[in-house]
Design a protein around this ligand. Structure first.
Ligand SMILES: *[C@@H]1O[C@H](CO)[C@@H](O)[C@H](O)[C@H]1NC(C)=O
Ligand SMILES: *[C@@H]1O[C@H](CO)[C@@H](O)[C@H](O)[C@H]1NC(C)=O
Ligand SMILES: *[C@@H]1O[C@H](CO)[C@@H](O)[C@H](O)[C@H]1NC(C)=O
Length: 335
């Protein structure tokens, strides 16, 4: 019986709340087993009080994942490093709390007429995209979107793939409306690099994941910006052109709870907003394509290579999904 019961639970768990075991308990024995193995995998240790609270949150997330995956959706969900956290907690730690000045970014990018290739992936064209990084518990996504875009821009121009210092942007870019771990915008960070005369490398200005004093040394700057291309608000077709012809593009969008559990497939949402005041996360579009009639963007995230599809996700293209066309930009490097 001991062995059979959990298997029954597993089947029931796919359809909703577990139907076996004592119904007054909030976690089945199978769910507890899954939580324990998740804890081992993510090297988590809790006090016994916190354990109860984390178990409860984990089980809530686990059931959402199973219910979602049993339905007919263009993307699958899965467990990851966020699975013991509520969305409110994730928002505080990882996302922007204040609206950023997205709509203040004035467009200067002039779009041509196409046509554009149906599939583009800068990761496959050569060594143009650096490995996925991890922002940790700091709302510094905008710095990773910025370095990612500039790293690619320089690699495309020179053939040399650098790794640039997010921490310099966290510590030093305040004069351009950026706020360290509280948020910022890639377009404003490109302006900072342009007028600051450069950005240092990851090795000479290592990432700490918390706010700190500016330690920029001009003599150690290794990358420079000549100009910034700001894509006109909500012109998603211009983003397609820019990615097709020129460079990966930095953009922002609104992350909602379901996105945190993304595992693979084309992310799509009916609950997120499309307006520039709601975007709360910045990332990097490195390509686009189409799958079963659904057009998508290929996007580099900054939550480590374990999250999503080796650190990447796909998101539906052509509908300004979650406001993704509200503030897009890319740098023109000085090389
Ligand atoms: C799943 O959704 C797709 C697209 O909305 C639809 O074409 C397909 O028929 C659905 N399949 C099932 C089994 O409901
Ligand atoms: C938006 O821009 C205004 C004016 O430049 C500035 O005062 C404000 O701090 C900015 N807000 C954010 C969140 O960056
Ligand atoms: C691009 O956007 C940034 C940030 O809003 C702004 O400072 C800059 O002036 C814009 N560039 C152009 C050419 O409009």
């Amino acid at each position: 019986m001991w062995v059979v019961l959990p298997l029954l639970c597993a089947a029931a768990g796919l359809l909703g709340p577990p139907a076996c075991g004592a119904t007054d308990l909030y976690a089945s024995s199978l769910e507890k087993v899954h939580f324990k193995s998740w804890m081992v995998q993510h090297q988590k240790k809790y006090s016994s009080e916190e354990y109860q609270h984390r178990l409860r949150t984990f089980v809530g997330n686990w059931r959402k994942i199973n219910a979602h995956n049993a339905g007919n959706h263009t993307f699958k969900m899965g467990l990851n490093q966020f699975s013991d956290m509520s969305f409110a907690e994730i928002k505080r730690k990882y996302l922007w709390s204040e609206p950023q000045n997205c709509s203040a970014t004035k467009g200067n990018y002039l779009r041509g007429t196409g046509p554009y290739p149906p599939f583009v992936d800068w990761r496959k064209k050569g060594k143009f995209v650096s490995p996925v990084k991890n922002q940790g518990g700091c709302g510094s996504c905008w710095t990773f979107s910025t370095t990612g875009a500039l790293e690619s821009a320089i690699a495309i121009k020179t053939g040399k793939l650098l790794s640039l210092a997010e921490q310099q942007l966290v510590d030093c870019a305040q004069d351009f409306n950026n706020h360290g771990c509280q948020g910022g915008l890639p377009s404003q960070a490109f302006e900072y690099i342009r007028y600051n005369r450069g950005i240092m490398g990851e090795d000479s200005y290592p990432y700490k994941g918390q706010d700190g004093d500016c330690k920029f040394q001009p003599s150690k700057a290794i990358a420079f910006v000549k100009d910034v291309a700001n894509i006109t608000i909500n012109d998603e077709q211009a983003m397609v052109e820019a990615v097709a012809l020129f460079n990966p593009v930095s953009f922002a969008f609104e992350v909602t709870g379901d996105f945190m559990m993304y595992r693979k497939g084309v992310y799509s949402s009916t609950s997120c907003h499309k307006t520039p005041d709601k975007v709360n996360h910045a990332v990097l579009a490195v390509g686009y394509g189409e799958q079963n009639g659904v057009p998508y963007w290929i996007v580099k995230n900054s939550w480590g290579p374990q999250w999503g599809m080796h650190g990447y996700f796909l998101i539906e293209r052509g509908k300004n999904m979650c406001g993704l066309a509200a503030c897009a930009s890319y740098p023109i490097p000085l090389v």
